[in-house]
Design a protein around this ligand. Sequence first.
Ligand SMILES: Nc1ncnc2c1ncn2[C@@H]1O[C@H](COP(=O)(O)OP(=O)(O)OP(=O)(O)O)[C@@H](O)[C@H]1O
Ligand SMILES: [Mg+2]
Length: 273
Amino acid sequence: MIPQGEQGSADEGRPNLPDSSLGADRPLPLSVRSLTVSYDRKAVLWNVDLDVFAGRIVGVVGPNGAGKTTLIKAIMGLLPLQSGTILINGKPLKKQPGAIGYVPQRESVDWDFPVTVHDVVMMGTYGTLGLFRRPGRKQREICRRSLDQVHMSSYAHRQISNLSGGQQQRVFLARALAQEADLYLMDEPFAGVDAATEAAIIELLRTQRDTGRTILVIHHDLQSVADYFDDVLLLNRHVVAYGPVGDVFTVENLRTTYGGKLAVLPEHANGET
Ligand SMILES: Nc1ncnc2c1ncn2[C@@H]1O[C@H](COP(=O)(O)OP(=O)(O)OP(=O)(O)O)[C@@H](O)[C@H]1O
Ligand SMILES: [Mg+2]
């Protein structure tokens, strides 16, 4: 049996920090302090503290309605914060637009919008442009490379509405890659994609991670958590536990996160099953 994680890793709201990380002398890619977010004055995220280290793939796991998308939207500056602070590379996002590459949850995108694959990916490069500058050769090259990385080059001139769900997801991944950001936030990138695409995406994320980039991935498949992620954030309106997968992805923490709703325990969770 695999030993249970360290005591204290499940402490509410207190991040369990990994010992080793790339670029320890740099500011953290993401630092969240005492974050509370409300919709219509009803708090959906309470007092979230989170320090994310460079060169990590972090899984964000929790039941439907846990506030996972809300957390990512708050980090993206898309929602008003009731309280708390969010720093990207030690600074507010407002001072560095384009610092985050974002892949939204599939259902939240209007796929009928008349735009080509090429145009969607070019949008990702706008952060690399000066004010009022038009995309040029450099941006076209970034766009070409990004589409190539997700094996969608031959679809560049297709309308986004005419693609399959998995292909659309790849295009949004390419758009995020084209941003050449240090921090990526991905809302269920594996939803509705086939096993081969999922394997290709995780491989791509690992390559990005190995160059020091940091990736937060909202994920529902508990069976693949231990394989895919370096760290895991268990979220249910507040931080249930956060830290290296081996410490935090325990049966006990999963029970706390999902309550009675967890029917099947993942094979790779540590502790009693
Ligand atoms: N625009 C909104 N206005 C009011 N309430 C909202 C809004 N968006 C989300 N909520 C509520 O906030 C809570 C958290 O929603 P959120 O979308 O962050 O959950 P989630 O963890 O991403 O869930 P899922 O796994 O289903 O995507 C839910 O109760 C949801 O109903
Ligand atoms: Mg969501």
